[in-house]
Structures are given as C-alpha cells and as structure tokens.
Design a protein around this ligand. Sequence first.
Ligand code: CAA
Length: 380
Amino acid sequence: MNLHFTDEQSMMRKMVREFAKSEVEPFVEEMEKGVFPRAILKKMGALGLMGIPIPEAYEGAGMDFTSYIIAIHEISKVSATLGVILSVHTSVGTYPILTFGTEQQKKKFVTKLAKGEHLGAFCLTEPNSGSDASSLRTRAVKMGDHYRLNGTKVFITNGGEADTYIVFARTGSGKGSQGVSAFIVEKGTPGFIIGKDEHKMGLNGSRTVQLTFEDAKVPIENLLGEEGEGFKIAMANLDGGRIGIAAQSLGIAEAALEKATKYANERQQFGKPIASQQGIAFKLADMATTVKAAELLVYQAAFLKGNQLPCGKQAAMAKLFASKTAMDSAIEAVQIYGGNGYTKDYPVERYFRDAKICEIYEGTSEIQRIVISKYLLKEK
Ligand code: CAA
C-alpha cells in the first residue's frame, strides 16, 4: 500500500480543504440550528463531489475510492454533518445501484445521484431490527407489474431530503437473511410516507427520519439485484459505508486534536501555556498517536476497497478504531479547554456530540467486533 497520496489525490485534498474553509465553515452555525445544507450540496454537485468514485460513464468524477475518502475526511474536519450526508449519499445511497443495478437503473438513477441532482438514502433499520439487521419485517409482495411494500424504517439519514431510497424488504418465505430483497424507491411513490424527524444529540444539520410504507407501489423494474439477494447487497455496501464513517470519525478526531493543540499553546495558567504542563502535553501526544493510527487504518481500508480487494475486516477495524478515536479525542479536547470546552462558544462540544453517533450507526462498535472476530475465526 502506498502511504503517499498521488498528485490527483493531493489535489482533491487541497480542493476540498479550500471548499470546506470558504463554503462550509461559514454555514456551520446554521446547520447547528437544524438547517439542512441544501445550498452547499448543490455547490458540491457542481464540483463533482457528489459522485467522486462514480465512473464518468454515469456522470461521476471517475476518481478513485481513496479520493472520495479524502473528501469525507476533510469535510468532516469542518462539518461532520456534511460528512455523513456525503457518505450515506455515495456509499450506501449510490453504490448499491452502481454495483448491483441493471444498465437501465444505472442510467436512470446513478447519473442523477452522481451529479448531485438527486440525493440518496439507505433504509435497512426498523424499530425492532437494528443490530440484528436480518430480522427486518418490511414486506414486499409482487402484484403483476409492481411490488406492494408495507412496513416502517427508522433512523434514516437523508430521509425526507433524498430523492431515491435503497429499501430492504422481505419477499420470500425464507427466514433471517434469506428472502430479503432490495428496492429503489423514489420520493413521491404513492404510499411512501416521510414520518417524524428525530431530534438528535448532534449532527444537527443532517436529517434523520422515520419512513412508513403503506401499500407503497414500487414498479418491478425497481427491484435491485435478484429477489433474495437483498441482505448481501446491504452487507456488501455497508463495508464501503463503514470506511466512509471511519473517515468522518477521523475528521472529527483530527479537528479535536488541532483545536486542542492550538488552545493549549495559547491558554495561560500558572504563568505559562497549559501545553507546557506534562499532563496536557501527554494528552496531546496520545491523541496525535491514535489519530495517526486511525488514519492508517482508514486509508488502508480505502486502498483495499478501491482496488477491489476484500476489505470487510479492515473496514470494520477502521470504523471501530476511528470512531473510538473520535470520541476519545473529543473528550480530551473538552477537558483541555476546561470550562470553555463545555460552552457553545467553542467547537469542541460539537465534536463531542457528533463523535458519539460514529460508534453507533452503520453498525455499533459491538457489531464491528462481531464482524472482525468472524473473519478471524474463518481465517484460522
Ligand atoms: N458482503 C457480502 N455478503 C455478506 C457480508 C458482506 N460483507 N456479510 C455477510 N454476508 C452474507 C453472508 O455470507 C451470509 O450469506 P449466506 O447465507 O449465503 O452464507 C449472509 O450475508 C448472512 O450473513 P451472517 O450470517 O453473517 O448474518 P447475521 O444475521 O449474523 O448478521 C451482522 C451479521 C454483521 C450482525 C449484520 O446483521 C450487521 O451488519 N448488523 C448491523 C446493521 C448495520 O450496520 N446497520 C446500519 C444501518 S445503515 C446506517 O446506519 C446508515 C446511517 O444512517 C449512517
């Protein structure tokens, strides 16, 4: 694995850093008030950021997976809200159609998603099916030229804002992961109801909603892959999704480290900067070391995925470690800022709130350990 970025990847990093500084940072306060960053997403679409790893044949930027991960990493340093919107849109909102869709589906849906004209969402979780994803109950029944969907999905990132939704529903009589199918459901489909918004601890500008399907009529040509292939589609795309969330976590962790280092150098107590106290300096050293380790895991997983190599274990490791690093770094940053860190005058309390969900969504840390240990035991 090459630990240095190519010229193209370095250019992507520079471009996204500048974009985040000039276009995203001024809008962070608005997002904190719960405003969805529609205007920023439009600009990201114009710059090709909504379809970075999507081939040019489908209107994407045709760049590699690592460039896409760089974009999430850099954007999340400024706004983890925007990081998750981009990650869900691309990794689990667009990729499933790109990798499992028919040519017709790719032409119809991927092209719009890659240009940022449409936003994507992924609907797996249900009120009684979270970590145990294969226990989902939403049902799709074939009725001639369409399927009729009934059920409820919860915690849907980009829900209500998205134009296309990858929805998992039970079609066969098979139990567990057998008999699950995937569908592309368009906003505005009769019987597809956008429900209540969740009021979250963090990621305030990202929309998270409940969705209900009441005899929702989905055309048969919107079945994604084969009937019964849905669970594998979900799992295979979550591998890539978890690298995206790991990159989002890395962005938060790095922002916390940078802000805490600067503050520790400026804040004077006992007649000198608090950074000159070993208790604070050692905290910074530990934060920097784990952030670097997270970075290596994230970019290793991205490299594997981008080169079509198996990456399930490495994606889970990157997500597990980077999300813990984000949480730990945010906790330490708040501690270094002291009383100031507990106020909304400084950004570290936002990192603290945004970091927590990284240990929960796209598979909790406990689920990542299940995934990693399953691979280890198989490899024995
Ligand atoms: N790729 C392809 N296929 C896979 C796979 C992968 N990575 N992982 C599993 N499969 C296949 C298996 O091979 C198996 O197929 P066969 O039956 O043909 O052998 C089938 O899927 C079932 O696999 P398991 O027996 O391992 O399944 P399980 O029921 O034990 O569940 C689990 C495994 C890892 C716990 C899974 O349920 C899981 O990942 N749970 C967490 C759910 C999750 O991550 N939700 C995220 C929601 S999306 C989100 O959060 C987005 C957001 O808002 C940010």
